[in-house]
Every structure is written in structure tokens, then in C-alpha cells.
Design a protein around this ligand. Sequence first.
Ligand SMILES: Nc1ncnc2c1ncn2[C@@H]1O[C@H](COP(=O)(O)OP(=O)(O)OP(=O)(O)O)[C@@H](O)[C@H]1O
Length: 253
Amino acid sequence: MSLLKTQKISKSFKALQVLKDVSLEVQENERHVIIGPNGAGKTTLFNCLTGFLPISSGKIFLQNQDISTMETHKRVGLGMSRTFQKNNLFWNLTVKENVYLAITSNKPYKYRFFKPLDSYADIRAEADELIEQWNLLERKDRIVSELSYGEQRVLEVMLAVALKPKVLLLDEPTSGMSPAETAHTTKLIQQLPRSMTMVIIEHDMDVVFSIADRITVLHHGELLLSGSPDEIRNNSQVQDVYFGGGALSHADD
Ligand SMILES: Nc1ncnc2c1ncn2[C@@H]1O[C@H](COP(=O)(O)OP(=O)(O)OP(=O)(O)O)[C@@H](O)[C@H]1O
């Protein structure tokens, strides 16, 4: 069953058409990676899916519900969570405090403002487990602005995961990470529950081919091809038009 579907969506910024009749289907439990050259329209597609930008035409469905004009916070309420290419964190709070806030935003309202969040044992335990899994234990009490860029990216992915979304949208999750952070983050993404459907924009082909069940190639705002990793790797149009031939052969499956 398709969880997230677009029907011929287009997006223009004045005279510039950035998305052209994009019809994309993301199946439930799928890890769907969007690739394409710089400026292909990948982030714009994410902004349209999540409601940060209104589409110019077409329709978007989440679990068969038409969400084309729905506000972002309502889409979040239906189970969408995303990260941004640039970090979107509470800079003056600690790592731990950022995690507490992400976790409580997903819980029924029982956490009162006059009681510190870390006095709740259930929140503390859930936060500690996440922080340890994502290798940020030593940074737990640091203010976010003191972390390295790579650590901030790790934290942002972790916060999106903490919301336990139905569909997780990650915009270049490993960009700016060190090779070790990239490897660790890729492994953790692979280990996330299958019930968490994912749409991921990624440039690093090793990461793409180690995560993707299905890949969509965007080119000049159009959907060039959606297919299995092998279909994408072996497609001559993808090779010639986008990768200039041969570039995909370096990636491991
Ligand atoms: N708010 C905006 N106003 C005008 N043009 C925009 C806006 N946002 C994006 N664009 C343009 O839309 C095109 C696609 O941009 P987008 O960021 O979606 O591409 P991308 O595939 O995500 O690229 P990259 O891989 O470099 O992140 C670019 O030409 C960009 O300049």
C-alpha cells in the first residue's frame, strides 16, 4: 500500500518552474531515496510534501488522505517528521534538553511546565537510550552551539527519529559529517524499525545504495525514473543524463 503519494505536483517560483508534474509513490515500510543533481528540486519536493511550501498544482496524499493544502503542523500530527539540510535545533539548550523536548512533543500532555522535564523517569530513560545509541553521551550536557557541525547533524536526525513518525523525511542526513559519523548514522538509519517509512534525500552514493529499497531520480524538476537500486544503477539514461556514465559503479550494494 502506498503511504505517501504525489499526483502530478508542480511548483513554480514566479517564472521559474522547479517541479514539473512529479508523481511519486512511497510504499509503506519502504526506504525511498531521492537523488538528483544540485538544483534538481529535491528540497523543494520535501518542502511541498511537508507543507512548508504550497504546491502550484497537483495533489499529495498521506495514507489516501488528501493533504495537498494541509498546514505543516497537521501533517506532523498525522505522523510526518523531517530534518532540514541546515540544522533546525534549539541552539541555547543542551543536547539532553533538545531530546527531552522532542520526546515530550509526542506524548499526551502530562508534563507540566513548573516541573523540570528531567524529573520524569520515563523521559530520562528514553532520552538516555537515544543519546547513547546515537553516540552523543559525552556531549549530553553541552549547549548545542558548542557541538561540531557533524554532531549537530547527528542530533537533528536523532530528534526526528524521537518523534516515532510514520514517515520520516531526511534531507541529506550525512552532509557535513565525518566519515565515522556518516558510517555510524547510516548504520543507525538501517537499524530503525521497518514500520518507519523513510524518504531520504542523499548525495553520497555509498549511503544511498546501503539504505535504499527504491530510488527516485529527479532531473530538472522532473521525475526521471523510480526503480530498485539495480534498475537505477544499470539504467543507461540515468548513467548518461545524470551521472555522466560510470559514476554509479563505485557504489556498493
Ligand atoms: N524559495 C525559492 N525561491 C526561488 N527559487 C527557489 C527557491 N527555493 C528553491 N529555488 C530554486 O529551485 C531550484 C531547485 O532547488 P532545490 O533546493 O529544491 O534543489 P535540490 O535538488 O535540493 O538541490 P541541492 O542538491 O543543491 O540541495 C533551484 O534552482 C533553486 O534556486
